[in-house]
Every structure is written in structure tokens, then in C-alpha cells.
Design a binder for this molecule. Structure first.
Ligand SMILES: Cc1ncc(COP(=O)(O)O)c(C=O)c1O
Length: 425
């Protein structure tokens, strides 16, 4: 695929930031009561946000496509209550390991897709055993061979439903996923001859899409491939799974205009001036994704296949559903506080580069003040923020970092400190 232009970084608009902060300050009594009752630190899952996001996502795409299926990508937040809520909303589940597959079984999910590189024989056997509710998205010829070997000599009453993942970028580290589209003729020759394997579709996924450009580019390329494929291949396609990777509409919020901002211990001091200027790489409304992707699929794919379109959103669905509450355990200077949790709770040094406002729920005020908000781990990289919204900050104050639902809870580490409590509202 061609090189994309780096996205433009804008100043984060004051109105947008203040409206965001107000939304959560307006509900501060609820959050403070939860911290009082369940202690700090605490994860709060707002299930109503998940339900609303699931509805908004499917309602954006449904008007365009006759057949759709939505699968929540468990890896983005693996708390069982998240997946359970999305099952209730009519989503299936997208799993990427035997552990996630068993979690989906425990929730009685009956429409599961299993994708990801390097599946073990044990994981493949689990799929064979539960083939009535799992579709296996194969990642390679080797995986197909191993599946076939595991099935050989068996006497099953039904086949294993499979698809194949396609590589969206044959260069660099993303080439580890799937097979390149040029290999589809060879794949087809092989898979159609194998007993107990029912080939039904294609999958691709690209990550971190602030716009639909990369997805559209790959759909175009896939159309060129399908135009060369034999008729029996195209009519065997019952689904095309276009993956996840939708970035929330508000875009990516950053401390620095330099999006490659290095997490470093100096970053903490460099960021003094970050208090009042924040940056944003804009996102794209989901309705625009839906229309643009439909136009591309209708132009490039539907002339060759008549099939269901599947989606695997994770981040877009769970990002704003979960919030982190912390409290100030020590104040070491007017601009330096230590919190009762460390960033092990979110599992990575997110807040050194990403900007999320820290809200002092105990002293709410719509003005942001510089202060190092640091966790209690023995590393200077333990940063929650460089400022807080509030009139002041004192020991015992309850702080909130909203919208930490995606790729935080599931990345949490039992490192020095344990995990926060959890409550679903
Ligand atoms: C195959 C696949 N599908 C879906 C997702 C979910 O992506 P996102 O959370 O960005 O929507 C991922 C994330 O890594 C993935 O690898």
C-alpha cells in the first residue's frame, strides 16, 4: 500500500475540552459516592455507554448493507461485564486466543470469530470441538495444514467454518498477519480440496484508523484480486470481515504536537508548558466511515461477491465506557502529588504522550492547573498527567481520568501495586 501522509495535528479546542470535562464534573456526586463506597483506586464501567455505542455503531452501517454482523474485539477490554453487555446488545465476539475463546464460552456466546497469528494446536482443537459457534479466521497456509492434520481421520458430522486473513501491508511488521492477496488462488486450490473445512470468507484488519483511507485503499486492492479469482471462489465467499480499528470521533489527544513524542524521564520536566496547550489529531464520525466504506465495498467488492459484511470494533465501542478513579496520597509540593495507584493499572506509559484531563472531583473547577500527577510505583515513568482541572489539589482528593476503557484494563499489570477495584454502573 502507498505511504499515507502523517495526519495533521491541531490545537485541542478549548470548547471541546471544557465540554468533555463538564460532562464528568456534572456527575461528580455519583463518582464520589462510588469511591466512598468501593474505595480507591477504582475502575467504573458505565454499561449504558457500551449499549449506546453498540447501537450507534450498528445503526451507522446497517442502512447501507443488507447483511451485517458485529463482533466486539475482546482484547480491547477483557472484563467479562463488557463482553456480556455487548452480547446483550446483539454483538458477537471476536477472540484472539484460547483464553479469550474460553471467556466467550463462559458468557454463552454463540457467534464467535477467532482470528490472530500463531494459533496453537490446543486452540485449533478447541475450535473443532465448538465448531457450531466459532468461525476460525486462518492466518497462514501453515495453520491450514495443522488444522487439516488435526481433522484427518476424524468422523465429524459437520465441518469447521473458516475464513482467511489477508495482509493489508506486505512491508514492515504488519506483514506478520494473514497471507498476501496474491496467494489467494493457491489458497483456494488447497482449501477447497480439504474435508471438514468449509471455506466461507475473507478478513482484513488495519489499526488506528483516524480516517477510512487505509481501509478504502485495501478494499480497492482486494477488488482487483477478486476480479481475477475464479467464479467458484467468489461464489463461496459468504462474508468479508473488514476488521476493527475505528478511532473515536474526538480524535487522538496529545501533550505535544510532535506525535512521536518520546516517553522519557525528562518528558516529565519538558512538559511544564504542556499544561495549557494540548493537541489533537482529528477523528472521523462513524457515519462517515460507514458511507465511505460502503461506497468502496459497493464499487470494488460487490460486483464480484454477494455476502455479509462483518465488523470487529474494539476501541470505538469501549473507549469512553470506563473511567479510572484515584486519590491523592501525598502532596510533595504545590505542583507535585502522588496518587494511590500506579500506571501498572493501565499497563503502559500512556499519559507520557497521550493527553487525558485529570479531574479533581473533590474540588471541581473548569480551570486547569499545572501539577505533576504521578503514581506510586518506583519509576519516574509513572505519570498520570501534568495538570489537573480543579480549584486546588490536596491529600485525600478524588481524581478521575475519564475514558480509559480501551487497551488499558486488559493491559493492566500486577507490578509493584495490585489492581484497582471494579464497579459496573
Ligand atoms: C484482528 C483484529 N480485529 C479487531 C481489533 C480491534 O481493533 P480496535 O480496538 O482498534 O477496533 C484488533 C486489534 O488489535 C485486531 O487485531
Amino acid at each position: 500500500m502507498s505511504e499515507q501522509q502523517p495526519p495533521a495535528t491541531l490545537m485541542l479546542e478549548r470548547d471541546m475540552l471544557e465540554n468533555f470535562v463538564k460532562t464528568y464534573f456534572n456527575q461528580k456526586e455519583t463518582y464520589l459516592a462510588l469511591a466512598q463506597k468501593y474505595g480507591s483506586p477504582l475502575w467504573i464501567l458505565d454499561a449504558s455507554v457500551l449499549r449506546e455505542k453498540a447501537k450507534k455503531f450498528s445503526q451507522a452501517f446497517n442502512p447501507y448493507f443488507d447483511q451485517t454482523s458485529y463482533y466486539y474485539a475482546i482484547k480491547s477490554n477483557n472484563h467479562p461485564e463488557v463482553a456480556a453487555t455487548l452480547l446483550e446488545s446483539g454483538f458477537g465476539l471476536d477472540v484472539s486466543s484460547g483464553i479469550e475463546l474460553k471467556a466467550a464460552f463462559n458468557l454463552n456466546a454463540d457467534d464467535i470469530i477467532f482470528s490472530g497469528p500463531g494459533k496453537t494446536d490446543e486452540e485449533l482443537n478447541l475450535v473443532i470441538q465448538h465448531r457450531d459457534r466459532v468461525t476460525l479466521l486462518l492466518d497462514s497456509f501453515g495453520e491450514l495444514d495443522r488444522l487439516s492434520a488435526l481433522l484427518s481421520g476424524s468422523n465429524l458430522s459437520s465441518s469447521v467454518r473458516v475464513g482467511i486473513r489477508l495482509t493489508t501491508n506486505p512491508n514492515g511488521l504488519w506483514r506478520k498477519f494473514g497471507i498476501v492477496p496474491e496467494m489467494l488462488p493457491e489458497f483456494w486450490k488447497k482449501v477447497k480440496a480439504l474435508p471438514y473445512i468449509n471455506f466461507l470468507g475473507l478478513q482484513f484488519h488495519s489499526s488506528w484508523n483516524l480516517t477510512p483511507d487505509r481501509q478504502v485503499e485495501f478494499i480497492n486492492l482486494l477488488g482487483q484480486t477478486l476480479s481475477q479469482m475464479p467464479q467458484d471462489f467468489n461464489s463461496s465467499i459468504k462474508f468479508i470481515d473488514i476488521g476493527g480499528g475505528y478511532w473515536p470521533e474526538e480524535g487522538e489527544w496529545l501533550h505535544s504536537q510532535d506525535t512521536m513524542g518520546e516517553p522519557s524521564a525528562e518528558g516529565v520536566t519538558k512538559s511544564e508548558n504542556h499544561c495549557h496547550s494540548h493537541y489533537r489529531i482529528p477523528g472521523t464520525p462513524i457515519k462517515v466511515f460507514a458511507k465511505t466504506l460502503f461506497d468502496a465495498i459497493n464499487t470494488h467488492l460487490f460486483p464480484f461477491v454477494n455476502c455479509r459484511i462483518c465488523f470487529e470494533p474494539g476501541r470505538w465501542i469501549c473507549h469512553s465506557s470506563m473511567h479510572l478513579l484515584l486519590s491523592v496520597i501525598d502532596k510533595k509540593g504545590h505542583d507535585l502529588v502522588i496518587t494511590d495507584a500506579g500506571t501498572n493499572v493501565i499497563g503502559w506509559e500512556r499519559f507520557e504522550t497521550d493527553y487525558f484531563p485529570v479531574l479533581n472531583l473533590s474540588r471541581s473547577e473548569l480551570s486547569e492547573k499545572p501539577c505533576h500527577i504521578l503514581g506510586s510505583l518506583c519509576t519516574p515513568h509513572d505519570v498520570f498527567g501534568y495538570a489537573y482541572f480543579g480549584e486546588d489539589i490536596k491529600v485525600g482528593d478524588c481524581l478521575m481520568i475519564p475514558c480509559q476503557g480501551a487497551y488499558t484494563y486488559s493491559l493492566g499489570q500486577n507490578f509493584i501495586k495490585g489492581f484497582p477495584g471494579f464497579i459496573k454502573i
